[in-house]
Design a protein around this ligand. Structure first.
Ligand code: SAM
Length: 332
């Protein structure tokens, strides 16, 4: 049993590892090792870094299972380090970069958000996160890839427990880069898709859906979900959308979905549902990210029930998945 002081010390220094991961990701060290282990001098040459310091970075990461040094003093990949490659399915590379930059800075101002209830991100960057991303294509690309890395495994978990057969057209509202819709459309060959997101994001999604051979089965619409949402779908899926916003704005989005939806339409909200009690819950920590970055929140079952009611929906059931999220189903 670890002493409380030791446990506390590990928690307090948690960012040492996350910032070391950020530096490794930014230098693309895992990509450089994909053909096999490399010496420090080779890696320092390619990355234009200070070799003795690069060695210290890799030695520290190897001590927690990320990278491993062999008996010829070369560093190579471990299963954990594989996830830091930028070119693998399930890659966490973009998340490591995003987490180490604006997210890290915003978390550094958590106290401000707790004192004011306002997102630290806006204090630091002078704009909301989605405005910020719309002005910086490179950061937007990394955000899209980070969403796939973080939420990608939730798609398979959702498909394992939720049956989409019987739905003719599935709209993915705030569907980002289209990765969720691509997987669902491939699983259900008779299903048609509709992706709705901000115009710049929708354009990137269109390119991805076309590359996936799905352009003929998926309409892509750019717009602002606070103004209106594209109509014509049987079910409206919103994954990690409502948690970005406070209650007032979440209700505005839901009301626009309500307007767009036909009488028998289905609402599918995919989010963490905060469990009662003191138990461990990823959602309770993700909630703090929502506080400091977009200014949103994770919610309890009761909070979702109330949000649905105010927007005109009835919450029918909550389907847990094998991942951190549930499918929260509503009807008009
Ligand atoms: C947290 S991401 C979730 C992306 C995707 N649903 C997923 O699960 O990976 C939030 C998405 O909402 C989109 N978004 C933000 N503000 C929007 C707005 N006003 N209208 C439409 N989409 C918006 C963003 O561009 C982004 O793709």
């Amino acid at each position: 049993m670890t002493a409380p002081q030791e446990q506390m010390s590990r928690m307090l220094t948690g960012y040492w590892v996350s910032q070391a991961l950020y530096a490794a990701a930014k230098l693309k060290l895992a990509d450089l090792m994909k053909e096999g282990p490399r010496t420090i001098d080779e890696l320092a040459g390619v990355t234009d870094t200070h070799a003795p310091s690069l060695h210290r970075l890799l030695r520290a990461l190897a001590s927690v299972g990320i990278f491993a040094e062999d008996d010829r003093h070369r560093f190579g990949l471990t299963p954990l380090a594989e996830c830091l490659r930028s070119d693998v399915v399930g890659s966490q590379w973009a998340m490591a970069v995003m987490n180490g930059e604006e997210h890290y800075s915003a978390w550094g101002e958590l106290l401000y958000s707790v004192q004011t209830g306002k997102p630290a991100f806006e204090k630091l960057y002078g704009a909301g996160v989605f405005d910020f991303l719309s002005r910086d294509p490179e950061k937007a690309r990394i955000f899209d890839a980070a969403m796939t890395g973080v939420h990608g495994r939730e798609t398979a978990a959702m498909l394992d427990v939720y049956d989409f057969s019987g739905i003719g057209v599935l709209a993915d509202i705030g569907g980002g880069n289209g990765s969720l819709l691509s997987v669902v459309l491939k699983r259900y060959p008779n299903l048609r898709g509709l992706l709705f997101d901000l115009p710049g994001v929708a354009e990137r999604a269109r390119v991805n859906l076309t590359a996936a051979g799905l352009a003929g089965r998926c309409e892509v619409v750019g717009g602002d979900f606070f103004t209106s949402v594209a109509g014509g779908a049987d079910a409206y899926l919103l994954r990690h959308i409502l948690h970005d916003w406070d209650d007032e704005r979440a209700v505005r989005i839901l009301k626009n979905v309500y307007q767009a939806m036909g009488a028998g339409g289905r609402l599918l909200v995919v989010e963490s549902v905060i469990p009662p009690g003191n138990g461990p819950s990823f959602g309770k920590l993700l909630d703090l990210t929502m506080l400091v970055i977009p200014g949103g929140k994770e919610r309890t079952e009761q909070e979702y029930r109330e949000l649905f009611n105010v927007a005109g929906f009835r919450l029918m059931r909550i389907v847990p998945t094998g991942a951190e999220v549930c499918v929260i189903e509503g009807v008009r």
